[in-house]
Structure formats: structure tokens, C-alpha cells
Write a protein that binds this ligand. Structure first.
Ligand code: TTJ
Length: 329
């Protein structure tokens, strides 16, 4: 067996016997190809677009860590996707436990990289939070370039299998990670990317990560276009955007942020003259359409703030008067 053959999708060690680690790894990526819906929700257009979000999430994490300023996403003419960041670059050192580069670990081992038993630095969630190895497993091919410390490294995979080890392919004067992948046509029912679907989600990601610049490019013939999202105000600008065609009751956007332990909270709001409230809550950059304790807590605090103020300012004629939560919103 060649060195290249003995990668993570093989369930034998060099002497032909099963290794416990490798069996686990084998089950990992083969399971993804066998039951893709379990990992990305569906193999429809939704799942297809989810692949992009999984890759972009990794770059957003690097931005949240403070090392990445720009993420560039391109739909290529063949419907492959390229994501480029200017972060520190995935580590290229050899992972002692696995005997392969950290880059290869990220792309071939299920859940590697933080959220599940890894380094614990992952903040950006992803709808299913399964990571780059799932995208790799569900791609006809995937290529990664890491540029750091003056060097440029490259590796290619096909259906999740490395076709070669990570190799140094020359010098570089930039820093960052570039990933290009082509979703596997034998797995997805839909393989054509929709520009506006990506645009919407990338805009939301940019609003939720203040200061981060996200660029979307469509390079397909006849429909070439590009769009840039960059909001220094973050969710404050999001509220401004949501109220863009409403009549607001006051000019400012109320904004507050705070941290307790390792939980960081941000709120932005502005009342408008409409009767429908539109409140959006997120946890780890993922929308929580059914709310949760974070949203309930905010609503209770808002109602209390209104009623405390009214009482202190003696705005009520009757003694026991109170605004309802819905009224305060
Ligand atoms: C991990 O900790 C050491 C310094 O580098 C960190 C890291 O992995 N950074 C990182 C990963 N930046 N960008 C990525 C990344 C970017 C893309 C587009 C895709 C993937 C899988 C990772």
C-alpha cells in the first residue's frame, strides 16, 4: 500500500490489520457519504448551500479570534466554490497523534477543529456544526492552499480522500487559507448555486460579525456580479437595515453589549410605528427562530425597564398600572 493510500478513508494499518483509530476515522467520512442528510440536513439545494456556510464558518471563527479581516467567496464557472480568508492559515505541522498534517486532520477527521472535543475555540456555529471534513466528504474534489510564514502549501482530496500529502509548493507574501470544492453530483439533487441565497446568508454573517468584510463573487458566464458586505456597526447596522423602509419612532438605535463569564451578549433595537414586532435572536451566529432564554430574558428586561422608568417618572395616573411586554415592544 502506498503512503498516499494509507489515508483516513482506509481501514487498514500498514500491515493490513485494522487500527482502532482508523476504524473510527473510516466510519467518520464513509458515514457522511452514506447518510449525508444526517450531517448537513438535506441533499437538496439547502444542503448544497450549507456546504459553503460550513467552510465560511471556519474563516468567521478566525475573524472572531481577531486574526482575519476579509473573507472572499466565489462561485466559479463550474459551480465549484472558492473561499479565501486572510487569517493565520490552518496549521501545517504534523499532528503527532494522527501522523498527518493538521490541515489533513481538519479535512479528513469528523468534528476535528474545536466544537466537538477539539480546542474549544469555535464560536461560529454552522447550522449543524460539522465542519470542513463533511464538506470534503461530499465533494468530488477539494483543494486547500495555506499561506503562512512566507510559504505556500497545497493539498487535494477526492471524495474526502487525500490524493497526496500536504506539500510546500513555493513562496508566498500573503497569509491565509484558500479552499475550493466541487459538490459531488452523485450526492446532491441540486448542484447549481443560487447567488441570492448565498448573498442573504453572507450579509447576515457580516452584520453579526462587526468589522468583518465579506465579498461574494459570481464568475459564471453571463451572470457575473459581485457584492461586498462590511458593517463596522454590526447588529446596530442590522437594525438600521431592517428598519430601512419603516418609520422609526426616534433617530437613534439603542445598543448595548456585556459579558458575564465567557458569555458575550449584544442587543440593538429601534422601535418603529408598525404593529408587528420583528425581533431576531441569534446564538453563536445562528438564528434561533423559536427564541430561547436569551430572547425571553431580553423581553423581560425591556418590559421591566419601561415600567421602572414610568414609575420613577410618575407617568402613571393609577397606582398599579403596568405596560405589558407586547406594549413595551
Ligand atoms: C487555528 O489555530 C492556530 C492558528 O490558525 C487557526 C486556524 O485554523 N485558522 C484558520 C482556519 N483560519 N482560516 C481557517 C479556515 C479557512 C477556511 C476558508 C476553511 C477552513 C476549513 C479553515
Amino acid at each position: 500500500m502506498s503512503d498516499i493510500d494509507n489515508n483516513n478513508l482506509e481501514n487498514t494499518t500498514n500491515n493490513g490489520e485494522y487500527g482502532a483509530d482508523q476504524i473510527q476515522i473510516l466510519e467518520g467520512l464513509e458515514a457522511v457519504r452514506r447518510r449525508p442528510g444526517m450531517y448537513i440536513g438535506s441533499t437538496s439545494a439547502r444542503g448544497l448551500h450549507h456546504l459553503v456556510y460550513e467552510i465560511v464558518d471556519n474563516a468567521v471563527d478566525e475573524a472572531l479570534a481577531g486574526y482575519c479581516t476579509t473573507i472572499d467567496v466565489t462561485i466559479n464557472p463550474d459551480n465549484s466554490i472558492t473561499v479565501i480568508d486572510d487569517g493565520r492559515g490552518i496549521p501545517v505541522d504534523i499532528n503527532k497523534k494522527k501522523g498527518i498534517s493538521s490541515v489533513e486532520v481538519v479535512f479528513t477527521i469528523l468534528h476535528a477543529g474545536g466544537k466537538f472535543g477539539g480546542g474549544g475555540y469555535k464560536v461560529s456555529g454552522g447550522l449543524h456544526g460539522v465542519g470542513a471534513s463533511v464538506v470534503n466528504a461530499l465533494s468530488e474534489w477539494l483543494e486547500v492552499i495555506v499561506e503562512k510564514e512566507g510559504r505556500k502549501y497545497f493539498q487535494r482530496y477526492e471524495k474526502g480522500k487525500a490524493t497526496e500529502r500536504l506539500k510546500d509548493i513555493g513562496s508566498s507574501d500573503r497569509r491565509g487559507t484558500t479552499v475550493t470544492f466541487l459538490p459531488d453530483k452523485s450526492i446532491f439533487e441540486e448542484t447549481v448555486y443560487d447567488y441570492s441565497t448565498l448573498k442573504q446568508r453572507l450579509r447576515e454573517m457580516a452584520f453579526l460579525t462587526k468589522g468583518l468584510k465579506i465579498i461574494l463573487n459570481d464568475r459564471r458566464e453571463g451572470i457575473e456580479q459581485t457584492k461586498e458586505f462590511h458593517y463596522e456597526g454590526g447588529i446596530k447596522e442590522y437594525v438600521q437595515y431592517l428598519n430601512r423602509s419603516q418609520v422609526s419612532l426616534y433617530p437613534e438605535i439603542i445598543y448595548c453589549e456585556g459579558q458575564k463569564g465567557n458569555v458575550y451578549v449584544e442587543v440593538a433595537m429601534q422601535h418603529n410605528d408598525g404593529y408587528n414586532e420583528s425581533c431576531y435572536s441569534f446564538v453563536n451566529n445562528i438564528t434561533t427562530p423559536e427564541g430561547g432564554t436569551h430572547y425571553t430574558g431580553f423581553k423581560n428586561a425591556l418590559t421591566k425597564a419601561f415600567n421602572d422608568y414610568a414609575r420613577n417618572m410618575k407617568l402613571w395616573k393609577e397606582k398599579k398600572k403596568n405596560l405589558s411586554g407586547a406594549d413595551s415592544r
